[in-house]
Design a protein around this ligand. Structure first.
Ligand SMILES: NC(=O)c1ccc[n+]([C@@H]2O[C@H](COP(=O)([O-])OP(=O)(O)OC[C@H]3O[C@@H](n4cnc5c(N)ncnc54)[C@H](O)[C@@H]3O)[C@@H](O)[C@H]2O)c1
Length: 339
């Protein structure tokens, strides 16, 4: 059978890693008639998986019947197979007839480490993070139409999903020379809630995420650079973790090759977003703050009144994103596209 062809009417999705992104993706899939969630794998108890799918401290309660029966999740009467297997090699996905695995575990970041999922029956794998090898990487709304039937792909990072489409607009109109990105990013599960030891090389990860503003190393410059080879070595990014559980404010500073001003820049942003990026970007004039963008489906929402031009070629754009929900939306759209 052609590996690109669905066998049922629906796209059959398996989620490996049922954490923040995996569960957000599950919520989106469960609301979309095109999909069927056929299985989930993680290393914690089935009771907690069922509980955390229903109750979430950031998003509303999931208004579905969720129960456990014989090692399966029953969601509104629909059966979702549950696995508790650290090594994908030991999972037999054949009987589930999986069209796409969403690899949301955060630990399988290479083509080689995801190959066992293909070998054990999945047709495609999408990794929810930038790869650590040469895995083909796509951002929905930017280069997804270049997808050429690769079996294992990356959906890049939340930051690259926000930054790359905005840089595409600026680079096209003004030519980016150099850029610095500051991400005021919600804390993630990879930080401590109180000061404690941490496995990371970044010593500030030992500090309490709920009590501090914590500058951390970021891979956003590299992830963004993948889409702008001519800017190699000319991008810099810092993730500034702030004590909120979701949403990010991006402050993007760009030195460009053509002169402009705030009015022209905002006009181009509004026009381009409306005409070419309406599915993934938005603009706002509202005096909002981070809480107003929780569960926003966009990759980035440009905060137009904060657009700044210093001199005539140093630009700054501010944009909001729900780094969990907005990112998970793109992940699921990518799954629909490749299936
Ligand atoms: N949180 C965000 O804002 C965000 C945004 C975009 C991308 N990402 C990326 O998505 C990935 C997941 O991030 P997250 O925030 O959901 O983390 P998370 O810790 O909430 O979720 C990861 C889940 O994977 C599970 N897991 C670990 N090892 C596993 C294994 N061997 N097999 C199966 N499951 C395993 C963990 O138990 C956990 O539940 C990371 O690579 C992260 O960089 C996160």
């Amino acid at each position: 059978m052609d590996k690109g062809i669905m066998v049922s009417g629906k796209i059959r999705v398996f989620i490996n890693g049922f954490g923040r992104i995996g569960r957000c993706a599950a919520r989106i899939i469960l609301e979309d008639e095109c999909f069927e969630l056929v299985g989930v794998n993680d290393l914690y108890s089935c009771e907690q998986m069922a509980y955390l799918l229903k109750y979430d401290s950031v998003y509303p309660r999931l208004e579905k019947s969720i129960t456990l029966t014989e090692g399966c999740l029953m969601i509104d009467g629909h059966r979702v197979a549950l696995f508790c297997e650290p090594d994908p090699q030991n999972m037999d996905l054949g009987p589930l007839d999986v069209d796409v695995v969403l690899q949301c575990s955060g630990i399988f970041l290479t083509q080689k480490s995801n190959l066992p999922l293909i070998k054990c029956g999945a047709k495609r794998v999408i990794v929810s993070a930038p790869p650590t090898d040469s895995m083909p990487t796509f951002i929905y709304g930017v280069n997804h139409s270049d997808y050429a039937d690769e079996e294992i792909i990356s959906n890049s990072s939340c930051s690259a999903n926000a930054i790359v489409p905005l840089f595409k607009i600026i680079d096209r109109y003004f030519g980016i020379d150099t850029a610095m990105m500051s991400m005021y990013h919600s804390y993630t599960v990879y930080q401590n809630i109180l000061d404690n030891k941490h496995y990371s090389k970044d010593i500030r990860r030992t500090r309490s995420a709920t009590q501090n503003i914590i500058p951390l190393m970021s891979s956003a410059a590299e992830a963004t650079g993948y889409f702008f080879p001519h800017l190699k070595g000319r991008l810099y990014a810092k993730s500034i973790r702030v004590p909120i559980p979701s949403t990010t404010l991006y402050e993007l500073h760009m030195q460009v090759n053509k002169k402009t001003n705030v009015e022209e820049l905002n006009q181009i942003l509004k026009q381009e977003i409306k005409s070419s990026y309406a599915d993934i970007l938005d603009t706002t004039d509202a005096p909002g703050s981070s809480e107003d963008y929780v569960q926003s489906p966009y990759s980035a929402i440009v905060n137009l009144p904060f657009t700044t031009v210093v001199g005539d070629n140093l630009l700054k754009i501010s944009a909001w994103q729900d780094n969990e929900y907005g990112y998970a939306k793109r992940l699921v759209e990518m799954a629909k596209h490749i299936a």
